[in-house]
Design a protein around this ligand. Structure first.
Ligand SMILES: [Mg+2]
Length: 87
């Protein structure tokens, strides 16, 4: 399964829950998560991967910087994980 299949599922499910999803890219910095997911009263950053694919070291470093600032950063590589994250 390709990453974009999981990504499309995330967007569709978040919208069903009354949320908004945006694509993300930092200016002048690598490692931004793929998507910002805004749900009523909740916000999370999501890096999507094809099943079994891992985050790259520069992505992992950026995620850790963001988590150190209290951000929720999820790495998701399956449809089931999308559901669990949004539950
Ligand atoms: Mg990705």
């Amino acid at each position: 399964m390709r990453e974009n299949v999981i990504e499309n599922h995330l967007v569709q499910r978040a919208k069903q829950l009354g949320g908004e999803v945006r694509k993300v890219r930092w200016i002048g910095r690598r490692g931004a998560p793929d998507r910002l997911v805004m749900l009523p009263g909740r916000m999370l950053w999501v890096e999507l991967k094809a099943p079994g694919e891992k985050v790259k070291p520069h992505q992992a470093r950026e995620h850790e910087r963001m988590r150190a600032m209290g951000q929720t950063v999820a790495v998701v590589d399956s449809l089931d994980e999308v559901e669990a994250m949004l539950a």
